[in-house]
Write a protein that binds this ligand. Structure first.
Ligand code: NAI
Length: 331
């Protein structure tokens, strides 16, 4: 039997955490034959609820679940973890300025960077979900210099999956037949969902999404804003932000990273830019990536038209601004 993998979920009591831990325990993240030990971290006021989630995990009698660590101590939480899914954070409350939210979160991510660096397993893979996701991941990367840069990522897979979903609805095809959409940039309303290279598997072979949709105006306007605004639309409908879709997408992100992407398929991940496509090096930016043997690489050589270039640069610019705001909060 395989040795168990230790998976940390921070903010485990929250909405996403509560949806995510049973998915991990069922094998949705690491596969149906990989035992797991789940580490859950939350803050002191949530300690009792955290213990409640632990009791439920025990009650569900998951065959793959070999242990549960539920703690409010960051050191205990990070100890020996192979995968860290960082969902914990401070939500934006009414009347709060962007800078206040940023300031609360970057100080959390600065502190947690040090704990991961010191106590997690050497090869630990990190996924930041909590917003501002790209900038929290950037802070984590800068304050955990001994963690390889390649091991720190942020979640834009939800946006990617939303784009697949909208195309599948529009074309009335199954979502698993649509592939190779791209989310460029920030997990925010400036993100650029790009379908220029996306395809659909049909009985007559692979067809381009652009061709099948046949309505360039829709793809350049409504489609893009629907994806950019989807988070807000869900909040309006549920009075709560996306949780099951975020949790499921976090599983997809880690699964593809660890197990690999299918041949001919790429996915979107927020990763540290190496300068590809003219994006400033070091910025945490969402790119199309393929994964093999536990490593991602940015898909190279895609043709970028003028429309795309402008949108890719606009979201990069926002990330530069977030970066300087984050640093001004830390100083
Ligand atoms: P939530 O407010 O229900 O849960 C957050 C949890 O984090 C709470 O239990 C809270 O006690 C905990 N927490 C706060 N500070 C902490 C700390 N220092 N250490 C550990 N835990 C801490 O929020 P929800 O809905 O679960 O969302 C979590 C985050 O994910 C939010 O920042 C949200 O904006 C973000 N998000 C990101 C998405 C993405 O695609 N990247 C999609 C949806 C949400």
């Amino acid at each position: 039997a395989k040795a168990p993998v230790r998976v940390l979920v921070t903010g485990a009591v929250g909405q996403i955490g509560y949806a995510l831990v049973p998915m991990i325990a069922r094998g949705a993240m690491l596969g149906p034959d990989q035992p797991v030990i789940i580490h859950m971290l939350d803050i002191e006021p949530a300690a009792e609820a955290l213990n409640g989630v632990k009791m439920e995990l025990i009650d569900a009698a998951f065959p793959l679940l070999k242990g549960v660590v539920a703690t409010t101590d960051i050191v205990e939480a990070c100890n020996g973890v192979n995968i860290a899914v960082m969902v914990g954070g401070f939500p934006r409350k009414e009347g709060m300025e962007r800078k206040d939210v940023m300031s609360r979160n970057v100080s959390i991510y600065k502190a947690q960077a040090s704990a991961l660096e010191q106590y997690a397993a050497q090869d630990c893979k990190v996924l930041v979900v909590a917003n501002p996701a790209n900038t929290n991941a950037l802070v984590l990367k800068e304050f955990a210099p001994s963690i390889p840069e390649k091991n720190i990522t942020c979640l834009t897979r939800l946006d990617h999956n939303r784009a697949l979903g909208q195309i599948s609805e529009r074309l009335n095809v199954h979502v698993s037949d649509v592939k190779n959409v791209i989310i460029w940039g920030n997990h925010s309303s400036t993100q650029y969902p790009d379908v220029n290279h996306a395809t659909v598997s049909t009985s007559a072979g692979q067809k381009s999404v652009k061709e099948l949709v046949g309505d360039d105006k829709w793809l350049k306007t409504e489609f893009i804003t629907t994806i950019q605004q989807r988070g807000a639309t869900i909040i309006k409908a549920r009075k709560l932000s996306s949780a099951l879709s975020a949790a499921s997408s976090a599983c997809d992100h880690i699964r593809d990273w660890v197990i690999g992407t299918p041949k001919g398929t790429w996915v979107s991940m927020g990763v540290s830019s190496d300068g590809s496509y003219g994006i400033p090096p070091g910025l945490m930016y969402s790119f199309p990536v393929t994964c093999e043997k536990g490593e991602w690489s940015i898909v190279q050589g895609l043709k970028i038209d003028e429309f795309s270039r402008e949108k890719m640069d606009a979201t990069a610019k926002e990330l530069m601004e977030e970066k300087s705001l984050a640093y001004s909060c830390l100083n």
